[in-house]
Design a protein around this ligand. Structure first.
Ligand code: UTP
Length: 292
């Protein structure tokens, strides 16, 4: 079986309650960091990692996400007529030429594990990547591209991990870590959202996964876990011992754009990175007094 990761799944059917009222009519994944919605940053990261099949697990209430990746004839005609080639290229929303787009619905937000299961027909018997668009990683080589390079050596189930403050373990899937070499951490066990006193470590899974097809069978039992939701962490934990599983310490800075502080930090960091050298210094100077 080919080890190449061609398919990426974007679970984007959640409620985004932490961002209400902004997310009442606009999906969380459509909130912009600088000038692109979160979902486009995720698509670009997947394309840079070599993915060509883009599977969106969405909900009927969040069709703005699919509109973003559809043709926009009203814009196209006007921009073509005006000779605006640069703007025309931007309408592609980061999709590569050979992209295959697949949409599937999660009828109710039953949890991340359930959302991933909803992609099972599209993923079939091949390994696939998962990106949660609200986790952004800033680095010259995208987080998923780093993982794909590692996956080609180690296979199995691979998750991006980083150490989080001890008082935040209840927000994450947390590793019971085994041996570690060259940024790869063997996973001996996994706990979803443990209280700090119950956490086996502070090494937490962030929103990047490469998963083998076996995960879909495990998820198809629809077992609920923390918060009454069907958790991907629990399904991965069940497969430990059957499928090799590792945590991957990626290079880069992660921003949790699912909460207000992380979203603000991402906007600052990516704005500063996008500015040219002259305006960057001026921007930093204007920001400094706001921080005091
Ligand atoms: P979150 O855990 O951040 O949940 O989901 P949420 O619903 O988006 O936001 P809050 O907590 O209510 O503010 C992480 C990712 O998983 C997707 C979300 O759309 C987001 O991209 N997700 C979550 C689903 O697709 N379905 C679910 O049932 C849950």
């Amino acid at each position: 079986m080919s080890n190449k990761i061609k398919t990426v799944v974007f679970p984007v059917a959640g409620m985004g309650t932490r961002f209400l009222p902004a997310t009442k009519a606009v999906p969380k994944e459509m909130l912009p960091v600088v000038d692109k919605p979160l979902i486009q940053w995720a698509v670009e990261e997947a394309a840079a990692a070599g993915c060509t099949r883009f599977v969106f697990v969405t909900s009927p209430e969040k069709d703005a996400i699919m509109s973003h990746f559809s043709d926009a004839p009203h814009y196209q005609d006007v921009l073509e007529a005006r000779g605006k080639t640069k703007e025309l290229a931007l309408l592609k929303a980061g999709l590569p030429e050979n992209a295959e787009i697949i949409k599937t619905y999660q009828d109710a937000p039953l949890g991340l594990g359930h959302a991933i299961w909803c992609a099972h027909e599209a993923t079939g018997d091949k390994p696939f990547a998962v990106i949660l668009p609200d986790d952004m990683v800033q680095h010259t080589t995208g987080c998923l591209a780093q993982m794909v390079a590692q996956y080609e050596k180690c296979g199995g189930n691979l998750v991006a991990v980083e150490n989080v403050p001890a008082n935040q373990t209840h927000r994450y899937g947390v590793l019971d870590p085994g041996a570690e070499a060259d940024g790869l951490v063997e996973v001996k066990g996994l706990v979803e959202k443990p209280a700090p006193e119950d956490a086996p470590s502070t090494l937490a899974i962030i929103g990047r996964y490469i998963l083998g097809p076996q995960i879909m069978d495990t998820l198809s039992t629809f077992k609920t876990g923390a918060g009454g939701e069907i958790q991907i962490t629990d399904a991965m934990a069940e497969l430990i011992g059957t499928v090799p599983m590792n945590g991957f310490r990626f290079d880069g800075t992660r921003f949790d754009c699912g909460n207000r502080d992380g979203f603000l930090e991402a906007n600052l960091a990516f704005s500063i990175a996008a500015a040219d050298a002259d305006s960057r210094d001026a921007l930093k100077q204007r920001l400094r007094p706001l921080l005091d």
